[in-house]
Design a protein around this ligand. Structure first.
Ligand code: SAM
Ligand code: SF4
Length: 318
């Protein structure tokens, strides 16, 4: 369906857990976060019921995210359940890649279309510092496994942080060229859960594009609905994408809404507006009643973000 500003909302991002096996400095505090109560998480059946209602009003694409979606037990079964919902054409997943190597084949078999893998550095030491808990080797293996399982195109997400990993952008571009990857540079957003020290990490993607253009011929690859400004490097399969929520608001092209793991529908990533659906589901609401509430949320999707709300990223899934 369309919202009030004629944006077609056809994409739902679902956070399937608030838990994560990493503690990235830009996303979670070092000590972790207070866990949601298990009974507050939407069950797979509840998620699929909501997906079915969303599909009825025109949602075609689902992304599973988190927290870390691959730590949710039985995630492959959820993929299979969503795959059988009429109208859903694409199921994707955003992961830190730690558990991807072992799960890639089964995820593909159950109906996952492709993956985005988050990787902010190619330096193992730096990876440990950024994620506080992880090793980069399993992520690289996970990327290879995703390729082999044909979860393609594999897209890499990198949050670029001034003075931390902005010196690696040419290495990322070189790897994108070598492996035919789509590499997406995401502007750091100082959201809830981020400490004072990290708030200085922000840098505009404009600076990265300017730097990369000195080495590469970046040819714009026009999109109408997507939020990433993409460039191809002629003669290669690499695509460099720039997601710039702060320097270049893409709100007019936004086609998505988000569901938290405990069933709150968020019409906008950067707004405090939310529609709790879990209570409705568990108090016997009919599909029609839930659909009405969803339609109301979509109608109320803000025209653009005012950078309010500041929910921690691990609760909303990026
Ligand atoms: N755990 C999975 C992962 O890391 O890919 C999925 C959830 S994570 C919240 C989704 C995406 O949000 C990741 O690509 C991550 O880099 C990005 N992200 C998290 N915090 C961010 C922040 N403060 N600014 C920009 N992107 C952020
Ligand atoms: Fe976990 Fe992803 Fe947040 Fe990193 S960005 S702490 S991997 S949820």
């Amino acid at each position: 369906m369309n919202d009030l500003y004629k944006r077609r909302i056809n994409y739902l991002r679902i956070s399937v857990t608030d838990l994560c096996n990493l503690r990235c400095v830009y996303c979670m505090p070092a000590e972790g976060v207070q866990k949601m109560k298990h009974q507050d998480l939407l069950s797979f059946e509840e998620i699929v019921r909501l997906v079915t209602i969303f599909a009825r009003i025109g949602v075609k694409k689902i992304r599973l995210t988190g927290g870390e979606p691959l730590v949710r037990k039985g995630i492959e079964e959820l993929v299979a359940m969503i795959q059988s919902v009429q109208g859903i054409e694409e199921i994707t997943l955003t992961t830190n890649g730690q558990l991807l190597e072992d799960k890639a084949v089964l995820l593909k078999k159950k109906g996952l279309t492709r993956v985005n893998v988050s990787l902010d550095t190619l330096d193992p030491e730096k990876y440990r510092k950024i994620t506080r808990l992880g090793e980069s080797a399993p992520v690289l293996k996970g990327i290879e496994a995703a390729f082999k399982a044909e979860l393609t195109p594999v897209k890499i997400n990198t949050v670029v942080m001034k003075g931390i990993n902005d010196d690696e952008i040419f290495d990322f571009a070189a790897m994108a060229v070598e492996k035919g990857l789509s590499w997406r540079f995401i502007e750091f957003m100082p959201l809830g859960g981020v400490g004072e020290e990290q708030k200085h990490y922000y840098m505009s993607n404009d600076i990265l594009i300017e730097r990369l253009k000195k080495k590469y011929d970046l040819v714009p690859y026009p999109h109408k609905t997507l939020i990433s400004d993409d460039y191809v490097i002629p003669g290669t399969k690499a695509v460099l994408g720039f997601i710039s929520p702060l320097s270049h608001k893409f709100c007019s092209r936004c086609n998505r809404v988000r569901m938290t793991a405990d069933g709150r529908l968020l019409p906008c990533l950067l707004s405090s507006l939310e529609y709790p659906l879990r209570k409705m589901i568990r108090s016997g609401a009919t599909d029609e009643e839930i659909q009405k509430r969803i339609e109301e949320a979509i109608k109320n999707k803000p025209k653009e973000h005012l950078f309010q709300g500041f929910k921690p990223m691990h609760t909303i899934g990026g």
